[in-house]
Design a protein. Sequence first.
Length: 283
Amino acid sequence: MKKPKLFNLLGTFAATFAYEYNPGNSDYRPENWAQMDSPNNIQCDWANQSPIDLQTQFVLIQSRANSLSITNLRTMPENVVLTNVGHGAEISFEFANNDNMVVTGGPLNDQFIVAQAQWHWGTADCAGSEHMLNSQRYSAEVHIVTYNSKYASLEDAADKYDGLAVLGFLYEVDEAANSDFPQSVQTSLGGITFGCDSTTVSPFPLIDLFRTEFFDYIAYSGSLTTPPCYQTVQWMVSTKPLKIWSSDLDALRSINDVNGSPLLRNFRPCQNSYSRALNGYYL
Ligand SMILES: [Zn+2]
């Protein structure tokens, strides 16, 4: 058995976890994450894990008074950096004067700073999202990872009960529509073939990832979808899928994992929701 190299969580989180998504005979596949040797408190078999299958019939509609707001959503960053983190592709945004994008409102009681965005995809075009919506899996999913501003960094916040909030958007393949996957990222994926490769891409504002800040979403309490699966994430998953092209998914699959093999899939299977509260923030 080939051992994957140790790799960082969330790109910037300096934990040492070897894991992979290979559904075959591997000690590191998602079903075995809870049993992995770990120096830290691994929570992958706890009760409030992510992703889950979001069943809209169980959603409790919340007041629309406190809508989600994101600062600098349309501000052009100075730099957008795309990195192969060994189990996925992730981007970060850098602004002049170390400015940030700050998310407030909706289910959030605090201010959350956008740290990075990352994609999940699958071997087949039809199945690559982490969350499911009414038992349907979508083609891919993007996560905009934020951390509570009362903590110093994403790394510092990751294991705090109120540390993280993640915006999730599903994609469905639609060759007839314009792709919502940023084409500057698509064309740059060839520059991050191997783990730890990094490149700058033509800058674009965060809004380009999901087109509009006015979207319906389901909020629930869950976890990181990668080890150590900390149950510290306020999830907000949009119920309206974005569009993606098959060629975008091919480009994502062309990057290599920590073993140097093509990263054909990087979604975690759905976890038991145990009837968790689903709150609908609908327009
Ligand atoms: Zn993710």
